[in-house]
Design a protein around this ligand. Structure first.
Ligand SMILES: C[S@@+](CC[C@H](N)C(=O)[O-])C[C@H]1O[C@@H](n2cnc3c(N)ncnc32)[C@H](O)[C@@H]1O
Length: 490
């Protein structure tokens, strides 16, 4: 994840001779983690489900249950792991757990609203709250005065959002919680709710820092860092850069040849609503990753124009509906406009800066960006108008990657590439194992998964960790490690 603090200082971010550092692992290295562990959605009248999806069969879950330590297995599936009882419990457990996972979206939406309260500029001219101030609050220092003003302004904005889609969403979520921002009592409840949500963000910041800086924290602690958090939809341009670096490394290692990629899946493409660090709300919500991935594949010659299909797999109705609406507009000839801000407070590496200058060139053309409002800071913005044919190459699909998969008729129908960034760390080890099995099922033999979460490869899952790319973004000690996992040809 734009992994503030996740990787140790100096891992990749200060290298300026190369954009990133990649390593191809020796074949025998790949299963080390196993040993460590052994022991139809309808939105606003639009039908979202496009591909045939099925629940994961118990036959694929059984070996994962058997490989994990008992304490890593959900209580409802424990006991007699090799016996028949979990098999009988499986279908009901899957539907219950699917509902539980989807219920986490609500919390994620509320986190996004808290981030908007901290950083948005459309409803308040108070200074944006900084990460340093959040870190001070996490250390017990008083909140900056601007915070209470921002909360008050957001409560008023929820009462009269106008046509601002961010603020309309705040009102919608407030109303779902049965707060009426039109009344004085409702305003007070919205203010209390926002204060609570901000307090939760601060507490999570503290908890995350505790894991990241705890020398005793294990790889598994880090890889499952958000397992108890709400499911956020937020996204930025950073994973686009990281995936381009990883694809470039696969190409230079002769692991992906010219025009080898025809079918791609993006698990959890996300929506840029108001990210926790560099997010803004002066432009409409947008999805970035499907476009950035297509652009990278074309730039690197790994896909041919007109011969690439992208399937997005997401359980968020908001994300799916957003992409479905973009498709409807593209069918009428409209372009999809990406607004790509660059905050001058952060010192991007020359490689990220160069990526930002060129991203989108293969899928559209530059356009005049939206003006940056006063109070948003010193920001440069690039805008790209994406061609309708590119938008129409995307198929959104409602799918919970932990429990579901697209029913590929034969291995050859599978994807050449699956991208899953900033999603698997929202799940525990068992759920990650299930997700990896679903991903393996959907890949062609020899196909690749690129993910920035170190998931365990288990003997029953035909996936092999064959290398990784370390990517730095700024001059700060932060970055991502993008793992390359390949489906083993049987
Ligand atoms: C934090 S966003 C990351 C977006 C983007 N991949 C990125 O790296 O910036 C996580 C995305 O994954 C989706 N997601 C979370 N859990 C999922 C699941 N079990 N199955 C499918 N999508 C999921 C969310 O709805 C959201 O779109």
């Amino acid at each position: 994840m734009r992994a503030a603090m996740t990787w140790p200082a100096g891992c990749a971010s200060r290298r300026i001779s190369r954009a990133s550092r990649s390593a191809r692992l020796p074949a025998r290295n790949t299963r080390a983690l196993v040993l460590a562990l052994a022991g139809a959605a309808c939105v606003a009248g639009t039908l979202i489900i496009r591909a045939a999806t099925i629940n994961m069969p118990f036959a694929d879950a059984r070996p994962i249950l058997a490989a994990l330590r008992e304490d890593l297995v959900p209580a409802g599936l424990r006991g007699g792991q090799a016996g028949n009882q979990p098999a009988a419990a499986w279908p009901a457990w899957v539907s219950r757990h699917d509902a539980d996972i989807r219920a986490r979206l609500e919390e994620g939406d509320e986190d996004s609203i808290a981030n908007l309260t901290l950083f948005g500029t459309s409803f308040s001219s108070e200074p944006r709250i900084t990460e340093l101030q959040i870190s001070d609050m996490a250390a017990g220092k008083p909140a900056p005065a601007a915070l209470q003003t921002r909360i008050g302004r957001m409560a008023s904005a929820a009462a009269a959002p106008g046509d601002n889609e961010h603020l309309r969403f705040v009102r919608e979520v407030a109303q779902r919680k049965r707060f009426d921002p039109q009344t004085a009592a409702g305003q007070e409840r919205v203010r209390r709710w926002l204060s609570d949500r901000v307090a939760r963000i601060v507490a999570e910041y503290r908890a995350r820092a505790a894991v990241i800086f705890d020398p005793a924290a294990t790889t598994v602690d880090q890889a499952t860092l958000f397992r108890a958090r709400g499911l956020s939809s937020d996204t930025t341009i950073f994973p686009g850069f990281a995936i381009e670096q990883a694809l470039d490394a696969l190409k230079s290692n002769d692991l992906l040849g010219p025009r080898a990629v025809r079918r791609v899946a993006i698990v959890g493409p996300g929506l840029d609503f108001s990210d926790k660090e560099e997010g803004f709300d002066f432009y409409p919500q947008q999805t970035i990753q499907p476009f950035a991935t297509i652009d990278s594949l074309l730039r690197l010659g790994l896909a041919a124009p007109g011969n690439l299909r992208v399937t997005t797999l997401d359980l968020s109705p908001r994300v799916n509906h957003h992409i479905e609406s973009a498709l409807a507009r593209a069918r009428r000839g409209s372009r999809y406009v990406l607004q790509l801000p660059r905050d001058d407070r952060f010192h991007w590496t020359p490689f990220l800066a160069s990526y930002w200058e060129h991203v989108g060139e293969r899928i559209g053309e530059s356009a005049a960006p939206l003006p940056v409002p006063a109070g948003a800071g010193t920001i440069q913005v690039r805008a790209v108008r994406v061609r309708p044919d590119v938008v129409l190459s995307i198929t959104p699909t409602d799918l919970n990657i932990v429990l579901q998969r697209i029913d590929t008729r034969s291995p050859a129908d599978g994807f050449d590439l699956i991208v899953a960034t900033n999603i698997l760390l929202y799940y525990d080890v068992f759920e990650q194992g299930l997700a990896l099995a679903n991903i393996a099922h959907m890949l062609k033999p020899g196909g690749f998964l690129l993910t920035n979460t170190q998931v365990a490869t288990l003997p029953s899952i035909p996936m092999e960790l064959i290398g990784y790319t370390d990517v730095g973004y700024t001059d700060r000690p932060e970055g991502d490690r993008v793992f390359w996992l390949q489906k083993i040809a049987k």
